[in-house]
Design a binder for this molecule. Structure first.
Ligand code: AMP
Ligand code: GLY
Length: 433
């Protein structure tokens, strides 16, 4: 379920499994369609033919009907919105194996206040906070914080609902904007937070509600411009692993953050199943939780999939069937992977639409991989841009520098006049090594 670069990477990896007889994607995208076409050609005599199909993911009965008719053996939900909306609940109630949390457990991403309350209850390290459900209370709470101060819309806001205010005036303006409807229903409540200092890292763990299986680390580049300038985006590039996230920090994160979260949700009768994506701040007091996401990161997933050597179907199916404890842990290549997002000019504001894209085959000629994030293919076979983030040019290498050189060389082969990208993905990592 889904149709971005994350889902292209997942589809690419799922299709490599000998257990994948047929693959369907909804809505999918032209890159996913190519993965499916290749699989269909290989599996000519096995279980049927997949395709990209346009299901309305909000129409649970229609999705159930489709999955029943095709005897789908594993459903992987990519994006957060259908999870928060309860798609996994409906499908599980229909007897299907689903990778992704229930609506109740997806509140970890669906409501920042929910997660902060859970952290407070379970003693999980995170920024000090106050929740407010009207502007007056929010303004009043500001007095308890220094500057900068962080103002967050409670609900889903596509990564754009966080304002780091450098002055009280800016903080008050953000509060007024959120309660004034600037973030839709996501801003009906806000969380005000202490500003944490440190380096950020993304950590992924699979869980079936009982077993916890670490699933790699990455570092994202959230700002649109080189040198971390300009507005926040969904992510402009990533690399994995994040060497700053050492085995010691990983162990500490598992014990102090991930395990208490999984336990708290199980104790509440809403066990979490799927991937827990922890956004962490590595502070001088140890790792602290910035936020949870209830699905893989985009573009972090792309670099995890570039490194994963294990059978993804086996792992996600075991997670969906509550038997993670019975399978061998995933194997990731020690070789780093890196991805650079090509976005359409204007992103994260309104992006240039419809620009022609050529040169993907040339870009992939030397081992790089181009995941498609926002593309459409015309009946005549012309690929064009449709979205903000368009392509994820990805490569692995013996070192981060190799991976980066390969990815940027591949970008040189892509012809897409409306595109722009950051030129400094993994700079921080290179300075370290
Ligand atoms: P979020 O959507 O919660 O991940 O926030 C988006 C970005 O805002 C994070 O990746 C951080 O860079 C920044 N951020 C969020 N909360 C804080 C905080 N309490 N202190 C410092 N930076 C934060
Ligand atoms: N790249 C950050 C996210 O997927 O939320």
């Amino acid at each position: 379920m889904g149709g971005g670069g994350r889902e292209h990477a997942l589809a690419w990896k799922l299709a490599q499994s000998p257990r994948c007889a047929a693959l369907w994607a909804s809505p999918g995208n032209p890159g996913i369609a190519a993965v499916i076409a290749e699989l269909n050609a290989q599996r000519d005599h096995a279980g049927g033919h997949g395709a990209c199909i346009a299901l309305d993911l909000a129409d649970h009965a229609a999705v159930l009907g489709f999955c029943g008719a095709q005897e789908i053996g594993l459903i992987v939900v990519g994006p957060e919105a259908p999870l928060v909306d309860g798609l996994a609940d409906s499908l599980r109630a229909g007897g299907f194996a689903v990778f992704g949390p229930s609506s109740a457990a997806a509140q970890l991403e669906g409501s920042k206040g929910f997660t902060k309350d859970l952290c407070a209850r379970a003693g999980i390290p995170t920024a000090d906070f106050v929740k407010a459900s009207d502007a007056a209370a929010a303004r009043q709470a500001l007095a308890g914080f220094g500057l900068p101060v962080v103002i967050k819309a409670d609900g889903l806001a596509a990564g754009k609902g966080v304002i780091i205010a450098e002055s009280s005036a800016q903080a008050e303006a953000a509060i007024d904007d959120m309660f004034g409807g600037g973030f839709g229903s996501a801003g009906a409540a806000v969380v005000i937070e202490e500003f944490m200092e440190g380096e950020e890292a993304s950590f992924f763990a699979l869980t079936d509600g009982a077993t916890i299986m670490p699933f790699g680390s990455a570092q994202d580049h959230k700002r649109v411009g080189d040198g971390d300038t300009g507005p926040n985006t969904g992510g402009m590039g990533a690399y994995s692993p994040a060497s700053v996230f050492t085995p010691t920090l990983e162990a500490e994160t598992l014990t102090r953050i991930i395990a208490p979260t999984v336990k708290a949700l199980a104790d509440a009768g809403t066990p979490y199943t799927g991937v827990l994506f922890a956004g962490l701040m590595l502070t001088s007091e140890g790792p602290k939780l910035i936020e949870y996401n209830c699905r893989f990161g985009d573009p972090e997933c792309q670099v995890l999939m570039m490194r994963l050597e294990s059978d993804l179907v086996e792992i996600l199916l075991a997670c969906a069937q509550d038997r993670l404890g019975a399978i061998v842990p995933p194997v990731f290549s020690p070789d780093p992977a890196l991805t650079v997002v090509i976005a359409a000019k204007g992103y994260p504001g309104p992006p240039a639409k419809g620009g022609l894209i050529e040169g993907i085959a040339e870009a992939e000629a030397d081992g790089a991989r181009v995941f498609q994030a926002g593309t459409t293919l015309s009946a005549g076979g012309v690929l064009s841009a449709s979205g903000g983030r368009i392509l994820n040019v990805s490569a692995s290498g013996e070192t981060v520098r190799d991976a980066r050189d390969k990815a940027y060389a591949a970008i040189g082969a892509v012809r897409y006049a409306d595109g722009f990208w950051r030129h400094d993905i993994a700079d921080r990592e290179l300075k370290r090594t």
